[in-house]
Design a protein around this ligand. Structure first.
Ligand code: FE2
Length: 319
């Protein structure tokens, strides 16, 4: 079924945390749009930084790692990816290469799918949009209202969704990729450019976070040679009384078209996806994820940093 449209409601810039209405929308639907979270100037500043990074990174020593998602047999999992948790690394779009020659078919500035996974810790412009300063305090207030006791920021990314080649992301749950026992991830997703149906905006299956259990998790292979999906044991699945596959087919998706500056909160269990960007417009966003520090994050997860889970950045407003 074609996604229907949803229209964001405005938010005033001096509100701390989430109002009861917004919190209740999030609990009911599994996502929430907060327009005007960043000003156009703040978006422009970040876009300028991102464009500089895209033009400055070197191809000379790059392994040309592509970011692939979901259903393909090949999962990203080389050392460049597995060791990116505490670094800033650049991953290519699958379609940025000429299939016959293997050479880049786009200028490198137009070929990167995403940059990650420690922008927040290494680049002040991103730290100040995630865990530091005024916006960091507001993010912390949101995390508190969402029920986190010890919110930990474990990764951050810029996703470029490049014009003409920006890859589709099939329906998934973020808890699959950022697994805790029990699942606890929430995504903070900020549009820096308008996201529309034409350039591959998100769409959500409202309420699916209350129905769809996390049945698999994205892990490192035991010999660290790559990544794979492991089944989550039945007694760890939540919610437990749901026939996932059948019900998932019946989910209806709504479009999350948003203006630049909008913050989208994404429950780790909600089914969401985005289509390919075939337009001439980019769709650059900045996103970071929180997990509950009191839940167990183990060494099988693909994302590891020196010091282990205890070293994940606190999102508690103290920075
Ligand atoms: Fe996602």
């Amino acid at each position: 079924m074609a996604p229907s449209r949803i229209s964001p409601e405005p938010i005033s810039s001096d509100v701390e945390g989430l109002t009861a209405d917004r919190l209740s929308f999030f609990h009911e639907n599994g996502y929430l749009l907060l327009p005007d979270y960043l000003s156009q100037q703040q978006c422009d500043n970040l876009l300028t930084k991102i464009r500089t990074m895209l033009s400055d990174f070197s191809l000379a020593d790059h392994p040309m790692t592509k970011f692939t998602t979901g259903e393909s047999e090949e999962h990203v999992g080389d050392a460049y990816f597995l060791e990116s948790g505490d670094k800033v690394r650049f991953f290519f779009e699958e379609d940025a290469f000429d299939k016959s020659t293997g050479d880049l078919s786009k200028p490198k500035e137009r070929a990167i799918n995403k940059i990650g996974h420690n922008l927040h810790g290494m680049i002040p412009e991103f730290g100040s949009i995630s865990h530091e300063g005024k916006i960091g305090r507001r993010n912390a207030a949101i995390a508190r209202d969402l029920g986190y006791r010890d919110p930990r920021l474990l990764q951050s990314m810029v996703i470029c969704k490049q014009p003409e080649i920006g890859g589709a992301v099939p329906s998934h749950q973020d808890n699959t990729f950022l697994y805790t026992d029990k699942p606890s991830a929430v995504g903070f997703w900020i549009a820096l450019e308008d996201a529309t149906v034409n350039n591959g905006c998100l769409s959500f299956a409202p309420g699916s976070h209350r129905r769809a259990p996390v049945k698999e998790r994205f892990v490192r292979k035991s010999d660290n040679s790559g990544t794979t999906f492991d089944r989550v044991e039945g007694d760890k699945q939540w919610p437990r009384d749901f026939e996932h596959d059948e019900a998932e087919k019946q989910e209806e998706y709504v479009l999350g078209e948003v203006k630049a500056g909008t913050l989208v909160l994404i429950h780790g269990n909600i089914l969401h996806k985005s289509e390919k960007n075939l337009s001439q417009k980019g769709r650059i966003i900045y996103t970071f994820h929180c997990i509950e520090g009191e839940e167990h994050y183990d060494e099988r997860n693909w994302l590891q940093i020196p010091g282990g889970a205890a070293a994940f950045t606190k999102l508690d407003g103290s920075a």
